[in-house]
Design a protein around this ligand. Sequence first.
Ligand SMILES: [Zn+2]
Length: 83
Amino acid sequence: MCIRIAVVDDLSPIAIWDPDEVSILVDRGTHPHDLIRELHAILTIDLGAPHIPGAGLTCFCGDPLQLPTELTLVPAIPGAPTL
Ligand SMILES: [Zn+2]
């Protein structure tokens, strides 16, 4: 089962892992740049997902993880999210 990314309102951390739902909850108001960095840290450090340079965010199985479109619609990210 792959990790989902769920957008919620009024989360105090930028992002938090929810093991019951196999989801990472992210705060709606977060700038995508900060969000990607935080998600990457959770995935690779807390969840043991592979770190594939240049591949962006990955699930623990190695599949790419897509950010919800409501987050990527925020302006000022040219192209695909990378680190
Ligand atoms: Zn997966």
